[in-house]
Write a protein that binds this ligand. Structure first.
Ligand code: ADE
Ligand code: ZN
Length: 333
């Protein structure tokens, strides 16, 4: 059994496995530019974030109906349960679906159907985080926030993803302020390919509570001091960083150094269907490549629950306490 953990950086569209993509394509009459799953898998060689995003947005063409989103989420939750996930905070990209005429209601209703029975079926509590695409305009992000208003009971927070360099957080200051007024929690991708200034902006201009990736934070000691002092969690995704060539090989990943520096690190899978592993596979990989020992892995698992958006309500406090007790009681043997 895998160590109990929360997954806090997971794009639901990035869990679309080739087999499901072809099944949905057949069901929805969508033609894919690949002969079969094998040929599709061969296309999973990326030069950087953008070459990945091109394929990722393209393959979303198969997602059309509520049932498609429900099936996608249910398949992820089943796999996540096998990987020891007990709590999942799941990103979705509504603008990428709106571009094909798939509206917010279809996406949220479909996902929510799977999430609503997740505790019972998979033993996983869940939250949904709606991401804005940073390579689209601030106006489009604001329209997306407005379109989400009827569904806010199902949405815990907002995030910011897609092509980072050239699309700094400052573009979205007003949108995040509006999201905060609606009671939404705030995260943003920053420091994945972008330099530390992108992380500073996410903190200072957007007021994020967690930084997604934050990989390049170590380049700026002042930023590290700030992240440590404010206990800002980072949702690192080591396998993603290798596949998108932010780093050359896993052995060079700064995770161990970041933990040594006192940063509140978590480990996550990002887009596991594309990057060669789900979250416990990632735990194993960092154990092997970086020599993180069992207590370091336990620390990562503990951090994942501490960094989650389980809140101060009695029900959430009880869940967090239960999960943390499971982490402490876990035996690696
Ligand atoms: N969308 C899906 N995965 C992403 C990533 N790793 N970075 C930015 N946007 C994304
Ligand atoms: Zn991501």
């Amino acid at each position: 059994m895998a160590i109990p953990k929360a997954e806090l950086h997971l794009h639901i569209e990035g869990t679309l496995e080739p087999e499901l993509a072809f099944a949905l394509a057949a069901r929805n009459g969508v033609e894919l530019p690949y002969a079969d799953t094998e040929e599709l898998r061969k296309a999973y060689l990326f030069d950087d974030l953008q070459t990945f995003l091109n394929l990722y947005y393209g393959l979303m063409a198969v997602l059309r109906t509520e049932a498609d989103f429900e099936e996608l989420a249910d398949a992820y939750l089943a796999r996540a349960a096998e990987q020891g996930v007990r709590h999942a905070e799941i990103f979705f990209d509504p603008q990428a679906h709106a571009a094909r005429g798939v509206d917010m209601g279809t996406v949220v209703t479909g996902l929510t159907r799977a999430l609503a029975r997740s505790e019972e079926r998979h033993g996983i509590s869940t939250r949904l985080i709606m991401c804005f695409l940073r390579d689209q305009s601030a106006e489009s992000a604001m329209e997306t926030l407005q379109a989400a208003r009827p569904y806010l009971d199902h949405i815990t927070g907002v995030g910011l993803d897609s092509a980072e360099v050239g699309n700094p957080a400052s573009k979205f200051t007003e949108v995040y302020a509006a999201a905060g007024e609606l009671g939404l929690r705030k995260v943003a991708h920053a420091g994945e390919e972008g330099d530390p200034s992108y992380v500073w902006e996410a903190l200072d201009l957007l007021g994020v509570e967690r930084v997604d990736h934050g990989l390049r934070s170590m380049e700026d000691p002042e930023l590290v001091r700030r992240l440590v002092a404010d206990r800002v969690p980072l949702t690192l995704c080591p396998l993603s960083n290798v596949r998108l060539r932010a780093i050359d090989v896993l052995e060079e990943h700064p995770l161990a150094r970041m933990m040594d520096a006192g940063l509140l690190c978590t480990v996550n899978s990002d887009d596991p269907a594309y990057f060669g592993g789900y979250v416990d596979d990632t735990f194993h990989a960092v154990h092997e490549a970086l020599g993180l020992d069992r207590e370091r892995l336990r620390e990562l698992a503990r951090n994942s629950f501490l960094a989650s958006f389980l809140d101060g309500s009695a029900a959430d406090e009880a869940l967090r306490a239960k999960y943390l007790a499971e982490v402490e009681a876990y035996s690696f043997d």
